[in-house]
Design a protein around this ligand. Structure first.
Ligand SMILES: *Cc1c(COP(=O)(O)O)cnc(C)c1O
Length: 406
């Protein structure tokens, strides 16, 4: 098994080793977790080789999630931007209002197939917790969601939503009482309940095979979008743009375009209130390689290697790490990573809402903001990873509109 000692940082192998994306990825976990990762890897491979698994996944993607999600031409938004046409991949129309359900359903079915009936998950803003609780309700599985106490206070509605769905939400009081502490607590639970429990990670982060599992279930975004572009637009887009938190909607949006050399791929991170350490969550733009939550990738850290505090107006992007495949795509130069500020994202939220009658989540509002600042004469495809209903309290506070909600 891959360990820190075996990590290759000097010469990237021509064909990345299993579990590696160039020098990134790997399994930097306590030995007690290794058998569980091995079992997960075997279970995942077996599911991929089983046509019944694919049939059931496709049935649920269609009849439960509502896939394929449409490709919509945002003509009035494009006019505002002042370049060529802008198309939106409407993940906001998926059940529960975001792309996270794609991954939660895939892993829920995987857990079921592996005979694990106790599901644990971590959540920051609550979106992944809601997606997990939703899938567990539908599949009849037990769900326990770890959430930082501070996040529970900030996202009280999502906590209630998870409880309505039958999940047990456990408050995490360690550290900064936010997402990274919740992830640590979920790993602790997994170690002690490894026989019965499946840990359902919500993005393309964590030790191998999680980044690959997340990519496999989110690739449906670009598989559909690529085929829809050819069918509806009659050609591939010139650029594909997605926001990057842990990186799952972006990997899902890029995967089927990576071999199309003419298609420019752009990941947009949270620039927060500035590019100084602690003021943003722009991990690839301002971080350095390091290890967080079991994988080698870019990390926001101080000079002593301590994980930095992060800030973003968008709770879903507010994470100090990023999936290891993004680190590799960045170093290879295949994807360009940029960032936009809280203020620009808020402006783009209003821009799309007023021009199209579509309220975006603040996460993809970052991708829209970058498009607004960088008009292009060609065809632009943006992944609208989720809807903005969850964010209207934040928008009201940030815009001085709180009296309307009183
Ligand atoms: C959670 C979330 C994100 C960020 O997560 P990724 O893994 O980077 O996709 C982006 N958009 C929405 C709507 C989310 O809920």
């Amino acid at each position: 098994m891959t360990t820190a000692k075996a990590s290759q940082t000097t010469s990237a192998p021509a064909k990345p080793a299993r579990g590696r994306f160039g020098p990134y990825g790997g399994q930097y976990v306590p030995e007690t977790i290794m058998p569980a990762l091995e079992e997960l890897d075997l279970g995942f491979r077996a599911a991929l080789a089983d046509s019944a698994f694919h049939t059931e996944l496709q049935r649920l993607m269609k009849t439960y999630v509502g896939r394929p999600t449409p490709l919509y031409e945002a003509a009035r938004f494009a006019e505002q931007v002042g370049g060529g046409p802008v198309w939106l991949k409407r993940e906001d129309l998926a059940h529960t209002g975001a792309h996270k359900i794609n991954n939660a359903i895939g892993q829920g079915l995987l857990a079921q197939r592996m005979g694990k009936r106790r599901i644990i998950a971590e959540t920051g803003a609550g979106q992944h917790g809601v997606a997990t609780a939703t899938v567990c309700a539908m599949l009849g599985l037990q769900s326990i969601v770890y959430m930082g106490e501070e996040d529970m206070r900030r996202q009280a509605i999502n906590v209630y939503r998870m409880r309505l769905l039958g999940a047990e939400v456990r408050a995490v009081t360690a550290g900064t009482r936010t997402l990274k502490d919740a992830i640590s607590e979920a790993f602790r639970d997994w170690v002690t309940n490894i026989e019965s429990t499946y840990y359902l990670i919500g993005s393309v982060v964590g030790p191998y095979p999680y980044p690959e599992i997340g990519r496999t279930f989110q690739a449906v975004i670009s598989r559909e979008a690529r085929a829809q572009s050819l069918e509806v637009i009659g050609r591939l887009p010139d650029r594909v743009i997605a926001c990057v938190g842990g990186g799952s909607n972006a990997i899902g949006s890029f995967t089927c375009f990576v071999d199309d050399a003419a298609v420019e791929l752009i990941g947009v991170e949270a620039g927060g209130r500035g590019l100084g350490l602690g003021d943003n969550a722009a991990t690839l733009s301002t971080g350095r390689p390091g290890i967080l939550h079991g994988a080698h990738s870019y990390v926001l850290q101080d000079s002593a290697g301590q994980i930095a505090e992060t800030h973003s107006v968008s709770a879903g992007l507010d994470y100090p790490g990023v999936g290891p495949e993004h680190a590799y795509l960045k170093d290879r130069g295949r994807v360009r990573y940029v960032s936009v500020s809280d203020a620009e994202a808020l402006e783009a939220f209003f821009g799309l809402t007023r021009s199209e009658g579509i309220m975006p989540a603040l996460e993809p509002a970052h991708a829209l903001a970058w498009v607004r600042a960088n008009p292009h004469p060609g065809v632009t495809l943006v992944t609208l990873s989720g809807r903005g209903d969850k964010d209207i309290q934040t928008v009201a506070t940030a815009s001085g509109h709180e009296e309307y909600l009183a």
